[in-house]
Design a protein around this ligand. Sequence first.
Ligand code: URA
Length: 433
Amino acid sequence: MRMVDLILKKRQNIELTETEINWMIEQYTNEDIPDYQMSSMAMAIVFNGMTDKEKYYLTNAMVNSGDRVDLSAIEGKKVDKHSTGGVGDKTSLTLGPLVASCGAKLAKMSGRGLGHTGGTLDKLESIKGFNINVSEDDFIKQVKDIGIAIIGQTKDMCPADKKLYALRDVTGTVESIPLIASSIMSKKIAAGADTIVLDVKVGSGAFMEDIEKAKALAKAMVNIGKQFERNTTALITNMDQPLGKAVGNSLEVIEAIETLKGNGPKDFEDLCIDLAAHILLNAGIVGSYDEGVALLKEKIKSGEALNKFKDFISAQGGDATVVDDYTLLPTAKYQYEVKAKQDGFVKKMNALAIGNYAMTLGAGRLTKDASIDLAVGVLLDKKIGDDVKQGGTLAVIHSNNELTDDKLNEFYSIYKISSERVEKPKLIFDAVQ
Ligand code: URA
């Protein structure tokens, strides 16, 4: 077989066979196919797409390029959740303990933040002592014992995806539904859960800016999941504004804990409950979505979900007393209120701009190896549809550096205020099953 023939075939939009895709991924992982040929193939896929069969073969080849996590020693339903990434998305921190308190077994491998989007691992590391580097044996034991573990991806999982994603990043070939779908799903399949719920974000702070593309990505991922006989559902959710009020690592941890105490912002709580109810339903823990919602609300009210969070943090070496004392988290030196200059209603607030602003404060990283400041970020007092009064607080910026008026005005300009009433935006657009 020659790679050039496969590139020509894809360029002519002819379906590649399973043998061809397996050969290509194996040779590429072994460095027998050079980056320039693989990037040419990726570009042909960007233009011509892939059939359902090809997407499945590609995912499978990437799964087989490395180790799979064997969760068979864990009794009960093994569940996983993935978000395509957004601003203020701390869902796993709240949803994990919630579903675990209902009897699901959440065995999750998460990532770090890059660019304007945050990462679950960084947020968890705001908690003193929390360890994300847990051996596979300890990971499995923890899920068995308490129903939840969240760790970093092991080195040997999906090496083909790691190599291909890095190549796509520098060759203008990230934005391709088959490539994104197979990349995400290869990691989910290798991680071993039998029930997977995906949160596909759409809007200014997301990968997908329009709803039709988000739906196509959701369908592609659900389809791949089904071919691997994993119970997979995807929700399409709004990322035109940050989720909840907190953006920034330790600020988001506080919001996640407050939500487990029943005091979270409504949009964030609603999304956690919705995703979690789908997990419980798909895992067969409840008989209907509504039963799931009721059970989850009960777990918040009774304090069981919060206790599960404490068990989870302690099991991974973190200081669980943080739930009663937020001063144990990194705290920024300065707080600046951003005040409204007119009466009206918040019409827009670009999630990407807020994510980028938080990144410039130090909350996010521009390159994979950059260090971040866990204390800084923004707390949004007002969001789209809220009414504002001149002089009232729109947001509070938490910074470890003194900020100039220009820098504060930069944040103010992210808010668009209208004199006419504005509807609160829809949070969940669709569910794909
Ligand atoms: N996240 C992934 O893991 N892969 C992609 O291709 C895009 C986002």
